[in-house]
Write a protein that binds this ligand. Structure first.
Ligand code: PYR
Length: 370
């Protein structure tokens, strides 16, 4: 709806010492319903809370006398040299956080130089986002239509943009129990142009309606279909167990994305970081692993990489940085996590991301709360 007013901030965020600081800043400038939609989780928010807490299940025992100075966070991934393995997770509707929406976050990801995942529920259409990225690698997160003709059309458009991979979200075939949205009577205030063909007039719709408009009966055949039609690598976003890894790889997945959707879907499920341990073992380096859900610190990035992730994605912190500082704010979020990661790498005795990936974390022998 055109009367939706959110942040138009642009410029450096002051008093920003860690990414947790950004949430209350964003809350001041994003309307209540939209902020609740972004920040909240499902049900009792058990899984949402466990996502952050679970990083304490593993310890980084520092290694000293390791001849380390100026650790290098850069990586090469799929032919691209990236500033770090920290990338953007697909997050719906950036226009909730900033009037310019995905254009600003894409500009920031270009400034930082990492992978941008555009959501099917982007509030800016594909071409302006690709343009704002100026050649920075872009992936597309797919909320599948029930109609394969529409899916083909969306994939044709995705390919026209030179997008490098498709991410099939499999853990959201129906909305989680989003009670905050229900209490706030939240409806999407802006439309979603990429899925206009199966979700016309998205503005004014509840999240439940949005989810039910997409395909619910997903199966391995959908992975096969996307892979064969698009010819692009398909990342299956959702496996949290060895069985699901095998089902995805058998269907032709080129990568596994470990997530619990930021605690927004199945409440009562495991923390994503705990699931990463099982998934990495099952994948056994056959394909790349992307990890998200709960990443708020450089040491979280470090622990995820040391547990088998190749890329670590962030979502909510980017939305908060966007609200508090626009393009500059989003860049600051990536920079903050990177400088924390560099410090942790230095103190842990690791010079490169390859060293981090070979680092052995120790199981926490103390009681981390349960
Ligand atoms: C979410 O609300 O979590 C979506 O993925 C759209």
């Amino acid at each position: 709806m055109s009367d939706f007013i959110t942040s138009n901030a642009e410029g450096p965020i002051e008093n920003f010492f860690n990414v947790y600081d950004l949430e209350p800043m964003a809350q001041k400038v994003i309307p209540k319903g939209a902020f609740g939609y972004i920040a909240s989780g499902a049900g009792d928010t058990f899984t949402l809370r466990e996502n952050i807490r679970s990083f304490d299940h593993k310890l980084i025992v520092p290694h000293v006398l390791m001849n380390v100075e100026n650790p290098d966070t850069s990586i090469e991934f799929d032919g691209d040299k990236l500033t770090s393995p920290i990338m953007l997770a697909p997050v719906a509707a950036h226009k909730l956080a900033h009037v310019d929406g995905e254009v600003k976050s894409a500009q920031a990801v270009h400034d930082y130089n990492t992978i941008y995942t555009i959501s099917s529920y982007s509030t800016v259409d594909l071409p302006p986002v690709t343009e704002a990225l100026q050649g920075t690698p872009e992936w597309f997160q797919f909320y599948f239509s029930k109609d394969d003709g529409i899916n083909r059309h969306i994939m044709d458009r995705v390919k026209e943009q030179g997008i490098k991979a498709i991410v099939l979200t499999t853990d959201a075939t129906v909305g989680g129990n989003r009670e905050t949205d229900a209490r706030n009577g939240y409806v999407f205030p802006v439309g979603m142009p990429i899925v206009e063909d199966y979700l016309p007039n998205g503005a004014g719709k509840t999240m439940d309606f949005v989810y039910k408009s997409a395909k619910q009966k997903l199966s391995p055949r959908d992975v096969e279909f996307i892979a064969s039609y698009s010819g692009l690598p398909v990342y299956v976003k959702g496996p949290q167990s060895a069985d699901d890894v095998e089902r995805s790889l058998d269907a032709g997945a080129s990568g596994i994305w470990v997530t619990n959707h930021g605690g927004r879907q199945l409440d009562g499920g495991p923390a994503a970081f705990d699931s990463l341990q099982e998934v990495a073992k099952a994948v056994n380096k056959r394909v790349p692993i992307v990890f998200d859900s709960g990443v708020r610190r450089g040491q979280h990035v470090f622990k995820a990489l040391a547990s088998g992730a190749d890329l670590v994605a962030i979502g909510r912190p980017v939305m908060y940085g966007l609200a508090a500082g626009g393009r500059t704010g989003v860049k600051q979020v990536f920079d903050k996590l990177t400088s924390e990661l560099e410090m942790v790498m230095q103190l842990a005795g690791t010079q490169t991301i390859a060293d981090v990936k070979n680092f052995e974390l120790r199981d926490n022998p103390y009681d981390p709360g349960f």
